[in-house]
Design a protein around this ligand. Structure first.
Ligand SMILES: [Fe+2]
Ligand SMILES: [Fe+2]
Ligand SMILES: [Fe+2]
Length: 418
């Protein structure tokens, strides 16, 4: 069953990352467009290959969300002076978390001097060389306006930049009037046409959506831990309740994406080391609205309603729609219980995890007030130890990958003194 189209997965990623910082994604789109035109002219890739390349080129700076969190407005700085951190993190992120790991090195190499790059034994090194050229063109064209001259980098031909790439760029820039299209935004339409060729298998889609969940780690690593815990609690509960395979799958996607809107919430609030005041709580609550904005029209309605309902409560005291129990399905109710349990059993910046007795007490109270579903809460309490034990084991397994990625990055960055 198709919950989301291949193309929409990409659009969703782009829109979600725009929540953190729109300029970085717009830079990515313009770079992707230039690279696409250069490669199209070169004529060695099929449309569906170009579509994949457009995706990676759009996300070429994805590592900067992590490594340059406070400096995203200063694109010139991280792109020209300290470029290594974001290329390495982006590479690791793509290598371990995306279904297109063979393109990951494009990201690693996109700032490498051509003299060095040409010696690499890597099938897609030309794409990295093209991105390097396109991103310089974009940054300097955006910064210099009418002072800009695309030949200004020609003294780097054959040393820092690929000469073939530069010549290819001059050719297409003239032929397709690229700079005018970048300025007017006309390029977007052409880019959308090639994105139509994106085809991911069901496994590939799943991996991309998981990668999107890991993007919440750009805001706070605890978000990733929480999401993984919630997904596993949902799975355990679904196995104990009578749910069809189809319901289980919907619940999985709902749980995977339920807090994606947190990317729109300022980092200071997400990681606040104390309890939030009422003003801050209001802001955090907007993560559901943010999720609706990016996921609406992309995700099938029944999965979307699971995501958007995770803070609703059966007695109408939840948000944002104050739905009542009879207006909600069991997938929504399971996610509500799983999300509450996660909130209590995981560490918060201002407190340690709550003890078992307290968790059970809180859940029972919520159930007696009909805020959480009684049957689901009882199912959880009856198998508390079993569920939490296997959740812990399975989450640890998945978290290993994510932590390895972060520690590998820490290691490499220390070696390069970044
Ligand atoms: Fe870059
Ligand atoms: Fe860039
Ligand atoms: Fe939430």
């Amino acid at each position: 069953m198709e919950y989301i189209k291949s193309k929409d997965i990409f659009v969703l990623m782009r829109n979600t990352l725009r929540l953190i910082h729109p300029r970085l994604m717009d830079h990515g789109s313009r770079v992707a467009y230039m690279v696409y035109k250069m490669l199209e002219e070169k004529g060695i890739y099929e449309e569906f290959e170009l579509a994949d390349i457009v995706m990676v080129a759009t996300l070429h700076d994805i590592g900067a969300y992590k490594t340059e969190a406070g400096m995203l407005n200063d694109m010139l700085r991280y792109e020209s002076r300290d470029s290594r951190a974001h290329t390495i993190y982006g590479y690791l992120f793509f290598k371990y978390l995306s279904p297109v790991e063979d393109l990951a090195k494009v990201i690693m190499y996109h700032h490498m001097d051509y003299e060095q790059l040409r010696k690499m034994d890597y099938a897609y090194k030309d794409i990295a060389a093209y991105i390097n050229i396109a991103e310089k063109m974009d940054i300097y064209f955006s910064a210099m306006g009418s002072q800009f001259n695309m030949q200004m980098f020609h003294k780097q031909a054959g040393t820092r930049l690929s000469e073939e790439g530069l010549n290819r760029f001059y050719e297409v820039a003239k032929k397709y009037d690229i700079f005018t299209k970048l300025k007017t935004g006309e390029y977007k339409e052409e880019l959308e046409n090639i994105i139509d060729y994106m085809i991911f298998s069901n496994e590939g889609k799943k991996k991309f959506l998981e990668m999107l969940m890991y993007c919440t780690g750009f805001r706070s690593e605890q978000s990733v831990v929480d999401s993984i815990t919630t997904i596993h609690i949902c799975e355990k509960l679904a196995g104990r309740l009578t749910m069809t395979e189809d319901m289980k799958e919907k619940l999985y996607y709902g749980a995977l994406l339920h807090d994606i809107g947190m990317l729109a919430i300022p980092k200071e609030i997400v990681e606040m080391p104390r309890k939030l005041n009422s003003d801050e709580i209001k802001k955090v609550r907007l993560h559901v609205n943010a999720a609706e904005k990016v996921l609406g029209n992309m995700l099938r309605e029944d999965v979307l309603s699971i995501v958007l309902g995770h803070h609703e409560r059966g007695d109408g005291s939840g948000y944002p729609k104050r739905l009542r129990a009879q207006q909600m399905g069991s997938e929504q109710k399971v996610l509500q219980v799983a999300d509450s349990v996660t909130g209590m059993t995981n560490k918060r910046a201002y407190r340690e995890p709550l003890p078992r007795e307290k968790v059970i007490e809180n859940l029972s109270e919520e159930a007696s007030l009909d805020r959480l579903d009684r049957q689901i809460v009882n199912t959880f309490i009856n198998s508390y130890d079993d569920i939490m034990q296997s959740v812990q084991t399975e989450s640890a397994e998945v978290m290993k990958m994510y932590q390895m990625l972060n520690s590998q990055y820490a290691l490499v960055s220390k070696r390069f003194k970044m």
